[in-house]
Design a protein around this ligand. Structure first.
Ligand SMILES: Nc1ncnc2c1ncn2[C@@H]1O[C@H](COP(=O)(O)OP(=O)(O)OP(=O)(O)O)[C@@H](O)[C@H]1O
Length: 237
């Protein structure tokens, strides 16, 4: 459903991504794990048509995101919760999103409820939101069109432990209802709790892929992550 096929990206000769390939199936959560600067955001920006790969292709439902008919309805994205307009209320952000996607107003309340933003919070300007509230609003925005695929960049940033637990439950239930969920993170524990499959990236390259159970069996997620990222750093030095 989501597919990266040999995606490379170079910025002025520096390789941010190097032949990245993996897939995310419908009905599953894939954790895209990597240390700072590994290339996670670059990969997700390419997947959502915000950046062009130097070579290779990234597709959703078999096509580049920008070539999908009404991509915003089929693919929910949250790449930067900080980018929401600070002067608008949460409700306005969602109402504008629903209008742009041609969705009924009822989706605004439904999405707001889904992420636990109260009516009062929805009427406040986003500039006064905590980071956790922005993340919830960003997730509500991503879910407006009842998407079949969900792409989230570091969605747990700023969420408190209750918020993280809530998000896990939400992503699990979305995947169980058939959605393909791809979330990037550098928080191993958070990803381990929710993901079916893990793709580890370091220095722009896929270092390992497998199910959470496979990582647990083969030395543990944290140990594997630290070893492989250190190895990638050494070979890049
Ligand atoms: N617009 C850009 N111009 C030049 N280099 C860039 C640009 N965007 C990203 N990079 C570089 O590409 C590499 C990957 O960055 P990216 O932001 O994709 O990593 P990340 O895994 O999302 O990191 P983080 O967890 O810190 O957000 C880094 O070395 C970064 O400096």
């Amino acid at each position: 459903m989501i597919e990266f096929h040999c995606v490379s990206k170079a910025y002025k000769g520096v390789k941010a991504l190097d032949e990245v390939s993996f897939t995310v199936e419908a009905g599953s959560v894939t954790g895209f794990l990597g240390p700072n600067g590994a290339g996670k955001s670059t990969a997700l920006r390419i997947l959502t048509g915000l950046s062009r790969p130097t070579s290779g292709s990234a597709t959703v439902f078999g096509r580049p995101y920008a070539e999908l008919a009404c991509p915003g309805r089929r693919v929910g994205t949250l790449l930067d919760a900080g980018a929401l307009h600070p002067g608008r209320s949460g409700r306005e952000v969602l109402t504008l999103g629903a209008m742009m996607l041609g969705l009924p107003r009822s989706r605004v309340e439904e999405s707001q409820e889904l992420v636990g933003l109260t009516g009062k919070e929805g009427r406040r300007a986003v500039g006064g939101y905590s980071l956790g509230m922005r993340q919830r609003l960003g997730i509500a925005h991503a879910l407006l069109g009842r998407p079949e695929a969900l792409i989230l960049d570091e969605p747990a940033n700023g969420l408190d432990p209750q918020g993280i637990q809530w998000m896990r439950g939400l992503l699990r239930s979305l995947a169980d209802s058939g959605c393909a969920v791809l979330l990037s993170s550098h928080l191993l524990h958070e990803v381990e709790q929710v993901a079916d499959q893990i793709v580890m990236i370091g220095r722009g390259r896929v270092l390992a892929r497998g199910t959470v159970a496979e990582f647990a069996r083969d030395g543990g997620l944290e140990r594997t992550f630290l070893e492989l990222t250190a190895q990638a750093d050494r070979s890049a030095a």
